[in-house]
Design a protein around this ligand. Structure first.
Ligand SMILES: *[C@@H]1O[C@H](CO)[C@@H](O)[C@H](O)[C@H]1NC(C)=O
Length: 317
């Protein structure tokens, strides 16, 4: 399963600075690996190991200590705590924990993920009362837009992301409110703040999760995005070269730890993450003939007779 690593080698320093530096605006639509290395995992108490023994459980690094993410430790976020969409709150630590080891980290447009506290914190800016600061557009947005947006008709060929509207005076898409999700279209235009409006082909569907193959990216951008989307954990770095990730594989006798190194962005049998921890085995998609793993998402190209590929599945014709 080992894939070529050479094209990623030059990007290692970039990847590690990202995993240390936090989640900036460039991370839109990406998933991140929140697993932690063995040096942290081995600090887990027996109690923590018990909580984390079920399938799909994993440890994350919380201030240098292991924090178990499992059904035993997840509670819905309480009032006053803002977590990334789809995340839970840890029942003891009180911070946010991701649903899977490799997960998106979208706090909404008015918030930024704080890697130290593991919570979403409100962006600060110089806004008047009744407004909130929007980092992405470097503007103040009115609270009232949530109920009464100054909405105009989008010019043709242009759309706004889910949870956003076309502002008739600004002539740009603006988020309805501070918890509007990050732009979810494939063709988000960071300059004009809208989806589309380019001249050129647009990519197929896809919600932009796991990076997506955004329109207009040069080949090099895609490679960078792949590495940025799946930074190596301490454990990965210990066992695998380049930007590859260590996935545990079942051993005949059980018990013993065996692993292989995979590239989550392209590995067919561990696409987007290790199988059992958020990844998908693309070769197991029913009725498929040719499949691919594109930046961490399975793609179906052709299907067996009687079925047609719709991009992600084979559907009966
Ligand atoms: C493809 O088909 C599957 C199964 O019917 C469905 O869940 C999925 O949303 C479809 N995808 C697209 C892009 O239409």
């Amino acid at each position: 399963m080992l894939k070529s690593t050479t094209i990623f080698l030059t990007l290692i320093s970039l990847a590690s600075s990202v995993s240390a530096g936090g989640f900036g605006g460039f991370s839109r639509g990406s998933s991140f690996n929140f697993g932690c290395g063995s040096s942290i995992k081995q600090k887990a108490t027996h109690e923590q190991k018990d909580w984390c023994s079920s399938s799909g459980s994993f440890f994350t690094d919380y201030k240098g200590s292991p924090l178990c993410c499992s059904d035993h430790t997840r509670t819905p976020p309480s009032n006053g705590i803002t977590c990334p969409f789809g995340w839970s709150q840890h029942f003891k630590a009180g911070c946010c924990i991701p649903p899977q080891e490799v997960s998106p980290c979208d706090c909404g447009e008015g918030y930024t993920y704080d890697k130290n506290t593991h919570k979403c914190v409100k962006n600060t800016g110089k806004c008047h009362g009744g407004q909130w600061w929007h980092d992405r557009s470097v503007t103040c947005c009115d609270d009232s837009w949530q109920h009464n947006p100054p909405k105009g008709d989008c010019p043709s060929g242009i759309k706004c992301p889910s949870g956003w509207f076309w502002h008739k005076n600004d002539k740009k898409c603006r988020p309805n409110g501070p918890r509007s999700p990050e732009p979810d279209c494939d063709d988000w235009d960071e300059h004009n703040h809208c989806c589309g409006g380019h001249t050129g082909p647009s990519q197929g569907p896809g919600k932009g999760n796991n990076g997506g193959n955004k329109w207009g990216w040069k080949r090099n951008d895609i490679q960078q995005q792949q590495t940025l989307s799946f930074p190596q954990t301490d454990l990965d770095k210990m066992y695998c070269p380049g930007s590859l990730h260590a996935c545990t594989v079942p051993t005949a006798g059980g018990g013993e730890w065996a692993y292989e190194c995979v590239d989550f962005a392209t590995e067919l049998e561990a696409c987007g993450g290790c199988v059992g921890s958020g990844g998908q085995d693309c070769t197991q998609i029913p009725h498929s003939l040719a499949v691919g793993c594109e930046i961490g998402t399975c793609a179906v190209y052709t299907c067996k007779q009687g079925f047609q590929a719709n991009g992600t599945s084979c559907v009966a014709v």
